[in-house]
Design a protein around this ligand. Structure first.
Ligand code: C6P
Length: 405
């Protein structure tokens, strides 16, 4: 059992009233709240040792550089990467996927090659590949899903051919909560020689991730969904791929030597980190990951899943309400629609009771189309949510639905 009240005290933002009601924050799949240790780490950096990194020999620069690189070490442990050379800092999941599309794509994807994604993907794991296909003449193939929101693995196996150069799939669907069988997907892709990118935006906060055991070629996540600041993310890539890929952005830090005739590039991971990075937020990420590890991901997941179970069970008995996404393997995301009631109206009326949920297409328009809905109401849970909040949510939702009908 988690000491929830103690955990809640670590998150200052939770202790406020919204429209006269205690805030209930169920929009954690969009971004999670930040514990004091993370906020304090930002303040400590700006008040105590703000300096650029990897450049100066003065004391503050050295201190900032050490703290920045400590985060790389912590991330390496957090996802069980083989070395810190394989841990590239980015702005977030979106930038990480675009980086791979631009660089792996430029090097390894040619006309008539094929890239496989799935129906479950977030727009950031669709559009970069469409742009790449337009530029190269490669083709995009889509793994279909069943009505529960699970990938059709038989169809996937049929899509795999020697032309497949990359498979890029989400680990946990942000819209439905489906947990994809990534090990099976990766094994099958490797059999035809394709590399695999896992969009870990929703799995990094909830699942224990071991990129080496998983054997993915790339794993990408955003710091802000793991209790760390926005504007910071991680791209893990197997060293042999990263070494062969051309740089993404050109500029300071990513070079070894520059002349007007020719530039040589820095070693990994710096080859992919041009310009002054997001130093404060990167430093703060270490504090967020340490916070998560101290509580323990299995304990966090068990708690969140229990909340999701209570909500799902309660919602099933509401007439006219349909859960969207009922996969056997699910994370703590509950999406639903209500007959005759617009999801936006439900979201606004929940907000009036202090409850924050996300409504809309969740940046997964093709998925929404496949499921025959325009959008859903989505409640997503984090370590600081409580059973009391979940029961309040169900009670308020029932009242809202009765009123709107
Ligand atoms: N999903 C949500 O409310 P960025 O914006 O780069 O940090 O992450 C993009 C992204 C990519 N893949 C998945 C599976 C995601 O869930 C997200 C972000 C948020 O669901 C905001 S759209």
């Amino acid at each position: 059992m988690l000491a929830i009240q103690k955990i809640r005290n670590d998150f200052p933002v939770l202790h406020q009233q919204i429209q006269g009601h205690q805030l209930v924050y169920f929009d954690n799949a969009a971004t999670s709240q930040k514990p004091k240790v993370v906020i304090n780490a930002l303040v400590a950096y700006y008040q105590g040792y703000n300096a650029n990194i990897h450049r100066g020999i003065h004391t503050l620069a050295e201190k900032a550089t050490v703290a920045f690189e400590q985060t790389r070490e912590t991330v390496k442990e957090f996802i069980k990467a083989g070395s810190t050379e394989e841990v590239i800092f980015t702005k977030g999941t979106t930038e990480g996927i675009n980086l791979v599309a631009a660089t792996f794509g430029r090097k390894f994807i040619k006309a008539d090659d094929e890239i496989i994604i799935s129906t479950l993907e977030h727009h950031s794991n669709i559009v970069p590949w469409q742009l790449l296909c337009e530029a190269t003449g490669a083709k995009l193939r889509i793994i279909p899903i069943n009505d529960a929101g699970e990938l059709d693995l038989e169809a996937y196996e049929k899509l795999l051919t020697p032309r497949t150069k990359l498979v890029s799939v989400v680990h946990i669907s942000n819209a439905l909560g489906t947990i994809n069988p990534v090990e099976t997907i990766i094994k099958a892709a490797h059999k035809v020689g394709a590399a695999v990118l896992i969009d870990g935006a929703q799995s990094a906060p909830h699942l224990t991730v071991d990129v080496q055991a998983m054997d993915c070629d790339f794993y990408i996540f955003s710091a802000h969904k793991v209790y760390a600041p926005t504007g910071m993310g991680v791209l893990y890539g197997k060293k042999h791929w990263l070494e062969q890929m051309p740089p993404y952005l050109g500029g300071g830090e990513m070079i070894k030597e520059v002349s007007f005739e020719k530039t040589t590039f820095n070693v990994l991971p710096y080859k992919f980190e041009a310009g002054t990075p997001n130093i404060a937020d990167t430093i703060a990420l270490k504090y967020a990951l340490d916070y998560v590890q101290e509580i323990g991901k299995p304990a966090i997941a068990a708690h969140e899943n229990q909340l999701a179970r209570i909500v799902s069970d309660a919602l099933r008995s509401i007439k006219g309400l349909r859960l969207v996404g009922t996969a056997a393997e699910k994370a703590s995301i509950v999406s639903f629609v209500v007959d005759g009631v617009h999801h936006l109206d439900i979201g606004m009326l929940l907000d009036a009771k202090g409850i924050a949920v996300r409504t809309g297409h969740h940046c997964t328009q093709p998925l929404m189309k496949r499921l025959g809905v325009e959008g859903t109401v989505r409640a997503s849970f984090a370590v600081y949510n409580t059973e009391e909040e979940v029961l309040y949510f169900v009670e308020q939702l029932e009242k809202i639905i009765t009123k709107l009908r």
